[in-house]
Design a protein around this ligand. Structure first.
Ligand SMILES: NC(=O)c1ccc[n+]([C@@H]2O[C@H](COP(=O)([O-])OP(=O)(O)OC[C@H]3O[C@@H](n4cnc5c(N)ncnc54)[C@H](O)[C@@H]3O)[C@@H](O)[C@H]2O)c1
Ligand SMILES: O=C(O)C[C@H](O)C(=O)O
Length: 326
């Protein structure tokens, strides 16, 4: 058994928290040999509810849980944290875009960025799930100047997994037969799900589906999937979002499968001509606990137009929260 690591989760009494915590505790995120100390953060009115979650975690008697606490103080929850999952934020309702949450949620991420700057492990890995996730990650990052800027990421893995499912259904193959699919850009309706480098059972995906399906069905379905779930369920996605968060942190820590890559929103280093500094989703390979952007992919004019549109939206979101970016 390894030494325990500290995993902080915000919004622990929320819908995503209720799916996420039990999977972290059972070893799905960091492996069956990695004990975890769970440090849960909630707002004061949700402390009763989070105590209920703590009771249920206790009642699971998970062998890997080496410690468990809930608090309404960010400095306690993030103390020495090796992993921080920033889930706590307001979700959107029907008819809203995720960026409509910018004002409501931005203050949370600036305060939490400052707290983790002061107390988290210097090797922490941070995932922003709360929306608008990319810009929230940027706000936290810029408020934590003493941490490595590259430890701040946002979640586009749910979009990646949604794209895998759509392409698998269309081609009659299993999701595990698909490799090298990419989500570029923002976790929003401008994201660009790109199959131009994808393989399905060893064949080029673009030879298996036609352009009209791509443009009229695949891309809009993936872009609008969050809204479709809100319409159907009356609440935003929760179990699938939790599952994607597990996938994101697991692959970042334990590595991506040989020959494949995943999508992670990370600080742009200027690769593919994307504005430096914004938290943009790229194809990445992970090894030894580090991610690296997959370089050298051919970008068609069709792709470039869409990659630029989602980049532009992220620049606008960044400019809208300029006052929160020290
Ligand atoms: N990136 C993605 O793919 C993705 C997918 C699904 C949902 N989301 C987003 O995740 C967020 C959470 O969704 P949910 O369905 O769990 O919402 P929810 O309302 O069920 O739960 C959110 C929880 O966060 C808590 N909270 C609010 N402010 C907090 C703070 N300052 N510190 C700690 N906790 C705080 C609330 O008390 C609540 O319990 C939303 O912003 C939603 O839009 C993102
Ligand atoms: O769409 C939302 O607002 C929730 C989440 O971001 C999702 O993609 O399901």
């Amino acid at each position: 058994m390894k030494a325990p690591v500290r995993v902080a989760v915000t919004g622990a009494a929320g819908q995503i928290g209720y799916s996420l915590l039990f999977r972290i505790a059972s070893g799905d995120m960091l492996g069956p040999d990695q004990p975890v100390i769970l440090q849960l953060l909630e707002v004061p009115p949700a402390m009763d509810a989070v105590q209920g979650v703590v009771m249920e975690l206790d009642d699971c008697a998970f062998p890997l849980v080496a410690g468990l606490q809930a608090t309404d103080q960010a400095e306690e929850a993030f103390k020495d944290a090796d992993y921080i999952l920033l889930v706590g934020a307001k979700p959107r309702g029907p008819g809203m875009e995720r960026k409509d949450l910018l004002e409501a949620n931005a203050a949370i991420f600036s305060a939490q960025g400052k707290a983790m700057n002061d107390v988290a492990s210097r090797n922490v890995r941070v995932l922003a799930v709360g929306n608008p996730a990319n810009t929230n990650a940027l706000i936290a990052q810029r408020n934590a100047p003493d941490l490595d800027p590259n430890c701040f990421t946002a979640m586009t893995r749910l979009d990646h997994n949604r794209a895998l499912a759509q392409l698998a259904n269309r081609t009659g193959q299993h999701v595990t037969d698909i490799q090298q699919l990419t989500i570029w850009g923002n976790h929003s309706a401008t994201q660009y799900p790109d199959i131009s480098h994808a393989q399905v059972d060893g064949k080029a995906a673009s030879d298996l589906v036609d352009q009209s399906w791509l443009e009229e069905s695949f891309i809009p379905t993936v872009q609008q999937r969050g809204a479709a779930i809100i319409k159907a369920r009356g609440q935003s996605s929760a179990a699938s979002a939790a599952s994607a968060a597990i996938d994101h942190m697991r692959d970042w820590t334990l590595g991506t499968p040989q020959g494949d890559w995943v999508s992670m929103a990370i600080p742009s280093d200027g690769s593919y001509g994307i504005a430096e500094g914004i938290i943009y989703s790229f194809p990445v390979r992970c090894a030894n606990g580090q991610y690296q952007i997959v370089q050298g992919l051919d970008i068609s004019d069709f792709s470039r137009e869409r990659m630029s549109a989602t980049e532009q939206e992220l620049i606008e979101e960044r400019d809208a929260v300029e006052h929160l970016l020290p």
